[in-house]
Structures are given as C-alpha cells and as structure tokens.
Design a protein around this ligand. Structure first.
Ligand code: ZN
Length: 199
C-alpha cells in the first residue's frame, strides 16, 4: 500500500499504515477476496485541502489520483471536535462529565481524536464498497456497511479500542449495570486508547 505523509508525520503515518494494512487483511476474506487499491495519506493542516474538517478521515475515489482510492487522515488533532465538546458542555454538564471521563486528554480536558482516528477503518469500508463493486440501493446502507466493517475489525483485531469506539456507559439509555445491548467484546474491553494516538 502506498503511504504518503506531510513533513513530520512519518511516525503517525507508519502507525496508521499498520492499522489500515491489518484492516485490509481482516476485511478482504470477508469481502470475497476483494482488496481495494488504496493509498493512505496522512496530511498536516497546511496540506489539508478537503471540505472535510481537519481531523476527520475521509475516502476519495476521484479520477486521476495516485491510486483508485485514497484514504486521508490528519497528522494531528482536529479543532472541530473541540467545538462539539464545548456545545455538549454548554447543553449538558452531566453529559460533558461523562464525555470527559470516557475520552480524557490527561490534563482534565477531552480528547476525541482517538475515536476519530478509528474512522479511517470506516473509510476503508467505503473503499471496499466503492472499489469492490458493492451495489446498494441507498447511500445510508453504504454507511451501515462501513460501520459494520469498522466495528467488526475493532471487535476482532483491536478489542482494546472497543470502548474508544463505543463507550458502554449509558448506551441504549440504560445504566451500565444493564448493558444487555452491548457486544460481547465490550465486557472484556480494557481502557486502551485508540491505536493511532502516538504522534
Ligand atoms: Zn461513511
């Protein structure tokens, strides 16, 4: 898989490439052996030219690129989710406390980047769908497919990140002691953070 990155992002690009390659290996046999020809780009803010907010991974299959599919993710944390957390803080102090407990930044704040880093596997799911010839009648089914790809990968290959992907507290509106709606893996999930949070 071709990997490109902005200056200074080599370590993060290497970690991200390992994740994407592992997800490719995991998903390919589940998708009839399809293996989308994708490149991974880890871009710094100055190199980020997408309409997508900086920090949110995306998939692009525009013609004339370095590969039929390109997965793009940021070289550092995005600012957009800070605005989201501020809105939650203003609207629901209790909700904000729960958010801070689930996604601590180590200094009393919130860090959602580990969650958004995992979204690159959701985007890889789109690559399997788009480049693998998957035909679905609606766009939203494509999102379901990509989410199932992401969740399946994390549950099977990175269960330590399940809580990052899908925090158990308050899921389905029930208290944690009645988590009948959670997946099996959640019961064994540790407090491991997202696998890319090491730049
Ligand atoms: Zn999507």
């Amino acid at each position: 898989m071709e990997v490109r990155c902005s200056e200074g992002a080599q370590t993060r690009a290497s970690i991200a490439a390992d994740l994407v390659r592992d997800a490719l290996d995991f998903l390919s046999p589940l998708c009839a052996g399809a293996r989308p020809d994708v490149a991974l780009v880890v871009a710094g803010e100055r190199d980020w030219t997408s309409r997508q907010p900086y920090g949110l991974p995306y998939f692009n299959d525009d013609a004339g690129q370095i590969r039929p599919g390109v997965l793009v993710m940021s070289a550092g944390p995005g600012a957009y989710w800070r605005e989201m957390t501020e809105a939650i803080r203003d609207a629901s102090p209790r909700g904000f406390e729960r958010l801070r407990a689930t996604y601590p930044d180590g200094s009393g704040g919130v860090d959602l980047q580990p969650f958004f880093d995992l979204v690159v596997v959701h985007e890889l799911g789109h690559a399997f769908g788009v480049l693998g010839g998957l035909r679905l009648p609606t766009d939203w089914l494509g999102e379901v497919f990509a989410n199932v790809a992401l969740y399946s990968y994390v549950a099977a290959r990175a269960p330590g990140s399940l809580e990052t992907l899908s925090p158990p507290h308050g899921r389905c509106g029930e208290p944690a002691s009645r988590r009948s709606c959670t997946g099996r893996g959640l019961q064994h999930a540790g407090r491991v953070r997202g696998p890319l949070h090491r730049w």
